[in-house]
Write a protein that binds this ligand. Structure first.
Ligand SMILES: Cc1cc2nc3c(=O)[nH]c(=O)nc-3n(C[C@H](O)[C@H](O)[C@H](O)COP(=O)(O)O)c2cc1C
Length: 407
């Protein structure tokens, strides 16, 4: 077996999941990896484990490096979510480690997941160090990035950061390092990962980046729990996190809509025409076609959102309700927004969408455009005007002007 050594005596021993396509509602259409790392030192240490069904792959990699897994002294749990700890009960039973190292919240979560009071917990907090021999591990708690138990482990002498779910992406590849994978694919998958997992924790990301700067932590390699190891350019992913967590946007508008009988689609195309006429480029997402997580990826750095939905049974359609609820949870921020839609008699959907965008503190630049049944030429003209209004507000917002909500 070809072992992957990422620093002296430090190996990748994770598993590659080529088949996963749905990760709690996120379409992982390029699969994923569950990364675990083995530090071969006086105290042999396993950093994180893998999803339960990949335990065999993990143990096989460990065996090919050290022979008997019983030689492992310590297991570090940086994050308790099942994709990194599902195999832990079986791994602990086989390895019988001297210590199970985790944060205080990690111990609590481990007990709540596996109900094992008898495991050899050693609780560590930010700044604590454990000497393994040649290498020393230090810890940094990263609460709510993205779970209460999340923690980073840092190998000082190698300037190597085990970052658990931060700085990762869902990408199954035979290659393990950033410089071995197509840069465009990597950029897309890291954006998608941040958009769908971390957007709502942007404040915590900003705090973390400030803390890393304050600690003057030199980082040569970032080893996350999903996707590639950043050895060539860790600064690239850190710069992206800085941009995303500050809600920097790219000047584009998104027209995101659903339709039953085509009227709202006609409106959507007219709105898009208005955007372009007024100089703002756009992307269109029909929610019957695009997966919520792909739409969310585009939302992350868009400057404006225009949502369109007809009224169905006094509410939004299932596609829009699904999408908007998903986006509401992820809490994107600092965008210009407006809504539109066709209706028959009561027409609630536009107001419902607008209220959610207000809750997300987006700047609503239009009170909402409703058209009864099929739009006339004049109605479509109003949609083009809506596009102009959104474009004007977007340009002002990008120029740093104060744009007020109209509702
Ligand atoms: C099953 C069904 C339920 C509907 N419920 C409502 C409703 O509660 N209130 C309303 O204003 N219009 C309602 N409508 C009318 C649609 O909103 C209207 O036909 C609209 O033009 C559809 O827009 P679309 O072509 O973009 O799908 C309903 C239509 C359907 C098919």
């Amino acid at each position: 077996m070809k072992n992957t050594e990422l620093a002296k005596g430090i190996y990748w021993v994770g598993a590659i999941d080529w088949n996963i396509r749905d990760f709690h509602g996120y379409s992982t259409n390029r699969g994923s990896t569950y990364n675990a790392y083995l530090i071969v030192d006086d105290k042999i240490t396993l950093v994180d484990t893998v999803k339960a069904k990949f335990k065999g792959e993990l143990m096989h990699r460990i065996r090919s490096i050290i022979g008997d897994p019983k030689q492992i002294d310590y297991i570090v749990v940086n994050h308790v979510e099942m994709d990194h700890s599902g195999s832990l009960p079986e791994v602990i039973a086989e390895v019988q480690p001297e210590k199970l190292i985790c944060s205080k919240m990690g111990q609590k979560a481990l007990l709540q997941h596996f109900h094992r009071e008898d495991w050899p917990y050693q609780v560590v907090g930010s700044g604590d160090e454990i000497k393994l021999g040649e290498h020393t591990l230090s810890f940094l708690e990263t609460r709510m990035l993205h779970w209460p138990d999340s923690m980073f482990a840092y190998v000082k002498d190698e300037q190597l950061l085990f970052s658990n779910d931060a700085f990762g992406e869902h990408l199954a590849t035979s290659e393990r390092f950033d410089d071995e994978v197509d840069a465009g694919v990597l950029a897309h998958e890291t954006t998608k990962y941040y958009a769908n997992i971390l957007t709502l924790y942007s404040q915590q990301v900003r705090n973390l980046l400030a803390k890393v700067a304050e600690l003057k932590l030199d980082i040569k390699t970032i080893a996350p729990d999903h996707g590639v190891i950043w050895r060539k350019d860790p600064g690239r992913i850190i710069a992206s996190y800085k941009r995303w967590s500050n809600y920097e946007s790219n000047g584009r508008a998104l027209v995101i809509y659903d339709t039953m009988w085509e009227s709202t689609r006609k409106m959507a195309f007219a709105v898009a025409e208005g955007l372009l006429e007024a100089g703002v480029p756009y992307d269109m997402f029909d929610l019957a076609v695009h997966h919520r997580s792909d739409v969310m990826t585009a939302v992350l750095d868009a400057s404006a959102l225009v949502l369109g939905c007809p009224t169905l049974n006094n509410g939004m359609t299932p596609h829009m309700a699904d999408y908007i609820q998903y986006m509401r949870g992820l809490r994107p921020s600092r965008k210009i927004a407006a809504c539109f839609g066709s209706y028959g008699w009561s027409g609630e959907s536009v107001k419902m969408m607008t209220e959610i965008l207000q809750e997300l503190k987006m700047t609503i630049c239009h009170p909402g455009l409703r058209v009864q049944y099929v739009p006339t030429h004049a109605n479509l003209h109003d949609c083009v005007e809506l596009g102009h209004t959104v474009a004007k507000a977007t340009k002002a917002f990008l120029a740093g002007e104060q744009v007020e909500s109209v509702v």
